[in-house]
Write a protein that binds this ligand. Structure first.
Ligand code: 5GP
Length: 184
Protein backbone atom coordinates (compact mmCIF):
# COMPACT_ATOMS: atom_id res chain seq x y z
CA UNK A 1 0.00 0.00 0.00
CA UNK A 2 1.40 3.41 -0.89
CA UNK A 3 1.24 6.56 1.18
CA UNK A 4 -1.49 7.76 -1.17
CA UNK A 5 -3.60 4.64 -0.56
CA UNK A 6 -3.19 5.12 3.20
CA UNK A 7 -4.16 8.78 2.94
CA UNK A 8 -7.36 7.95 1.06
CA UNK A 9 -8.23 5.38 3.73
CA UNK A 10 -8.00 7.94 6.50
CA UNK A 11 -9.93 10.48 4.43
CA UNK A 12 -12.72 8.02 3.53
CA UNK A 13 -13.58 6.07 6.72
CA UNK A 14 -16.36 4.19 4.93
CA UNK A 15 -13.76 2.16 3.05
CA UNK A 16 -13.27 -1.08 4.95
CA UNK A 17 -10.07 -2.20 3.28
CA UNK A 18 -7.84 -2.01 0.27
CA UNK A 19 -8.30 -5.18 -1.75
CA UNK A 20 -5.79 -4.39 -4.51
CA UNK A 21 -3.17 -1.72 -3.84
CA UNK A 22 -2.07 0.85 -6.36
CA UNK A 23 1.39 -0.75 -6.45
CA UNK A 24 -0.08 -4.14 -7.34
CA UNK A 25 -2.22 -2.48 -10.00
CA UNK A 26 0.79 -0.81 -11.61
CA UNK A 27 2.74 -4.07 -11.67
CA UNK A 28 -0.13 -6.12 -13.10
CA UNK A 29 -1.13 -3.60 -15.76
CA UNK A 30 2.47 -3.52 -16.97
CA UNK A 31 2.41 -7.33 -17.35
CA UNK A 32 -0.86 -7.19 -19.25
CA UNK A 33 0.57 -4.50 -21.53
CA UNK A 34 3.54 -6.77 -22.29
CA UNK A 35 1.28 -9.74 -23.01
CA UNK A 36 -0.88 -7.71 -25.37
CA UNK A 37 2.17 -6.24 -27.12
CA UNK A 38 3.48 -9.76 -27.77
CA UNK A 39 0.12 -11.08 -28.96
CA UNK A 40 -0.58 -8.21 -31.39
CA UNK A 41 2.87 -7.72 -32.94
CA UNK A 42 1.48 -7.96 -36.47
CA UNK A 43 -1.68 -5.98 -35.97
CA UNK A 44 -2.97 -2.51 -35.09
CA UNK A 45 -5.77 -3.37 -32.67
CA UNK A 46 -8.48 -1.02 -31.48
CA UNK A 47 -8.80 -0.81 -27.71
CA UNK A 48 -12.47 -0.20 -26.99
CA UNK A 49 -13.01 1.40 -23.59
CA UNK A 50 -16.39 0.56 -22.09
CA UNK A 51 -17.48 3.73 -20.29
CA UNK A 52 -17.51 4.86 -17.69
CA UNK A 53 -15.64 2.46 -15.43
CA UNK A 54 -12.82 1.34 -17.72
CA UNK A 55 -11.23 4.75 -18.29
CA UNK A 56 -8.33 4.48 -15.78
CA UNK A 57 -7.56 0.95 -16.93
CA UNK A 58 -7.55 2.02 -20.58
CA UNK A 59 -5.27 4.97 -19.86
CA UNK A 60 -2.77 2.88 -17.89
CA UNK A 61 -2.92 -0.17 -20.13
CA UNK A 62 -2.39 1.68 -23.40
CA UNK A 63 0.65 3.43 -21.91
CA UNK A 64 2.10 -0.01 -21.23
CA UNK A 65 1.75 -1.37 -24.77
CA UNK A 66 4.56 -0.94 -27.25
CA UNK A 67 2.61 -1.73 -30.42
CA UNK A 68 0.72 0.70 -32.62
CA UNK A 69 -2.95 0.79 -31.71
CA UNK A 70 -6.07 2.94 -31.76
CA UNK A 71 -8.54 3.69 -28.99
CA UNK A 72 -12.27 4.19 -29.16
CA UNK A 73 -15.07 4.52 -26.62
CA UNK A 74 -18.43 2.97 -26.10
CA UNK A 75 -21.13 3.34 -23.46
CA UNK A 76 -23.83 0.77 -22.91
CA UNK A 77 -26.64 0.29 -20.44
CA UNK A 78 -28.65 -2.74 -19.51
CA UNK A 79 -32.36 -2.62 -20.04
CA UNK A 80 -35.33 -4.83 -19.34
CA UNK A 81 -36.27 -3.42 -15.94
CA UNK A 82 -36.21 -5.20 -12.62
CA UNK A 83 -33.48 -5.08 -10.05
CA UNK A 84 -31.21 -7.64 -11.71
CA UNK A 85 -29.33 -6.68 -14.85
CA UNK A 86 -30.83 -8.49 -17.83
CA UNK A 87 -27.54 -8.03 -19.58
CA UNK A 88 -29.40 -7.05 -22.75
CA UNK A 89 -27.49 -3.97 -23.70
CA UNK A 90 -28.57 -0.73 -25.24
CA UNK A 91 -25.88 1.35 -26.90
CA UNK A 92 -25.77 4.80 -25.28
CA UNK A 93 -22.66 5.88 -27.16
CA UNK A 94 -21.44 4.04 -30.20
CA UNK A 95 -17.96 3.59 -31.64
CA UNK A 96 -16.58 6.03 -34.17
CA UNK A 97 -14.39 3.43 -35.79
CA UNK A 98 -15.48 0.98 -38.44
CA UNK A 99 -14.45 -2.32 -36.86
CA UNK A 100 -14.90 -4.56 -39.90
CA UNK A 101 -11.77 -6.71 -40.33
CA UNK A 102 -10.14 -5.11 -37.28
CA UNK A 103 -8.77 -6.73 -34.13
CA UNK A 104 -10.78 -5.48 -31.16
CA UNK A 105 -9.78 -5.52 -27.50
CA UNK A 106 -12.74 -4.71 -25.28
CA UNK A 107 -11.46 -3.00 -22.15
CA UNK A 108 -13.78 -3.57 -19.18
CA UNK A 109 -13.58 -2.55 -15.52
CA UNK A 110 -15.24 -5.62 -14.02
CA UNK A 111 -16.95 -8.78 -15.15
CA UNK A 112 -19.62 -9.85 -12.70
CA UNK A 113 -22.43 -12.03 -14.09
CA UNK A 114 -20.84 -11.68 -17.53
CA UNK A 115 -24.19 -10.84 -19.11
CA UNK A 116 -23.24 -7.33 -20.25
CA UNK A 117 -20.02 -8.31 -22.00
CA UNK A 118 -21.61 -11.42 -23.49
CA UNK A 119 -24.37 -9.36 -25.09
CA UNK A 120 -21.96 -6.66 -26.18
CA UNK A 121 -19.74 -9.19 -27.94
CA UNK A 122 -22.76 -10.59 -29.78
CA UNK A 123 -23.73 -7.10 -30.84
CA UNK A 124 -20.26 -6.24 -32.14
CA UNK A 125 -19.74 -9.54 -33.95
CA UNK A 126 -22.46 -8.50 -36.41
CA UNK A 127 -20.04 -5.80 -37.61
CA UNK A 128 -17.58 -8.50 -38.70
CA UNK A 129 -14.40 -7.63 -36.81
CA UNK A 130 -11.42 -9.93 -37.46
CA UNK A 131 -11.26 -10.80 -33.77
CA UNK A 132 -12.65 -9.73 -30.40
CA UNK A 133 -10.83 -10.26 -27.13
CA UNK A 134 -11.67 -9.00 -23.66
CA UNK A 135 -9.30 -7.33 -21.21
CA UNK A 136 -11.03 -7.13 -17.83
CA UNK A 137 -9.42 -5.40 -14.92
CA UNK A 138 -11.20 -7.42 -12.25
CA UNK A 139 -13.06 -10.67 -12.53
CA UNK A 140 -15.75 -11.71 -10.04
CA UNK A 141 -15.71 -15.21 -11.42
CA UNK A 142 -17.84 -16.63 -8.62
CA UNK A 143 -20.80 -14.44 -9.68
CA UNK A 144 -20.74 -15.58 -13.31
CA UNK A 145 -24.02 -16.54 -15.01
CA UNK A 146 -22.74 -16.98 -18.55
CA UNK A 147 -19.40 -18.29 -19.69
CA UNK A 148 -17.34 -15.50 -21.26
CA UNK A 149 -13.79 -15.92 -22.49
CA UNK A 150 -11.53 -13.38 -20.77
CA UNK A 151 -8.21 -13.20 -22.58
CA UNK A 152 -6.54 -10.71 -20.24
CA UNK A 153 -7.54 -10.45 -16.59
CA UNK A 154 -6.00 -8.15 -14.03
CA UNK A 155 -7.20 -9.77 -10.82
CA UNK A 156 -9.75 -12.30 -9.69
CA UNK A 157 -11.72 -11.04 -6.69
CA UNK A 158 -14.31 -12.46 -4.28
CA UNK A 159 -17.99 -11.65 -4.56
CA UNK A 160 -17.81 -8.26 -2.84
CA UNK A 161 -18.89 -4.82 -4.00
CA UNK A 162 -15.74 -2.92 -4.88
CA UNK A 163 -14.95 0.69 -5.67
CA UNK A 164 -12.01 2.59 -7.09
CA UNK A 165 -9.85 2.48 -10.22
CA UNK A 166 -12.89 3.46 -12.29
CA UNK A 167 -15.51 1.60 -10.28
CA UNK A 168 -18.09 3.82 -8.61
CA UNK A 169 -20.53 3.92 -5.78
CA UNK A 170 -23.33 6.29 -6.77
CA UNK A 171 -21.02 7.78 -9.45
CA UNK A 172 -18.33 8.60 -6.89
CA UNK A 173 -14.91 7.22 -5.92
CA UNK A 174 -13.86 6.26 -9.45
CA UNK A 175 -10.69 8.25 -8.80
CA UNK A 176 -9.33 6.04 -6.01
CA UNK A 177 -5.95 4.64 -7.11
CA UNK A 178 -6.73 1.23 -5.56
CA UNK A 179 -9.59 -1.25 -5.47
CA UNK A 180 -11.34 -1.07 -2.12
CA UNK A 181 -14.24 -2.65 -0.30
CA UNK A 182 -16.87 -0.48 1.39
CA UNK A 183 -18.04 -1.06 4.94
CA UNK A 184 -21.41 -2.81 5.02
P1 5GP B 1 -22.33 -7.90 -15.42
O1 5GP B 1 -23.22 -7.83 -16.62
O2 5GP B 1 -21.02 -8.60 -15.68
O3 5GP B 1 -23.05 -8.52 -14.25
O4 5GP B 1 -22.12 -6.42 -14.96
C1 5GP B 1 -20.97 -5.72 -15.08
C2 5GP B 1 -21.23 -4.31 -14.59
O5 5GP B 1 -21.81 -4.29 -13.27
C3 5GP B 1 -19.92 -3.57 -14.44
O6 5GP B 1 -19.53 -2.93 -15.65
C4 5GP B 1 -20.21 -2.60 -13.30
O7 5GP B 1 -20.79 -1.43 -13.82
C5 5GP B 1 -21.25 -3.30 -12.45
N1 5GP B 1 -20.62 -3.95 -11.27
C6 5GP B 1 -20.57 -5.28 -11.01
N2 5GP B 1 -19.93 -5.53 -9.85
C7 5GP B 1 -19.54 -4.33 -9.36
C8 5GP B 1 -18.81 -3.93 -8.17
O8 5GP B 1 -18.36 -4.70 -7.32
N3 5GP B 1 -18.59 -2.58 -8.02
C9 5GP B 1 -19.06 -1.67 -8.91
N4 5GP B 1 -18.78 -0.39 -8.65
N5 5GP B 1 -19.74 -2.01 -10.03
C10 5GP B 1 -19.99 -3.33 -10.25
Amino acid sequence: MTFDDQEYLSRYPFIEKVLISSEDITRRVRQLGNDISNDYKDSTPIFVCILKGAYPFLADLTRCVSIEHEVDFMAVSSYGGGTQSSGVVKIEKDLKANITDRDIILVEDIIDTGLTIDNLIALLKVRNPRSIRVAAFVDKKIARKVDVPLHYTGFEIPNEFVIGYGLDYDEKYRNLPFIGVMKA
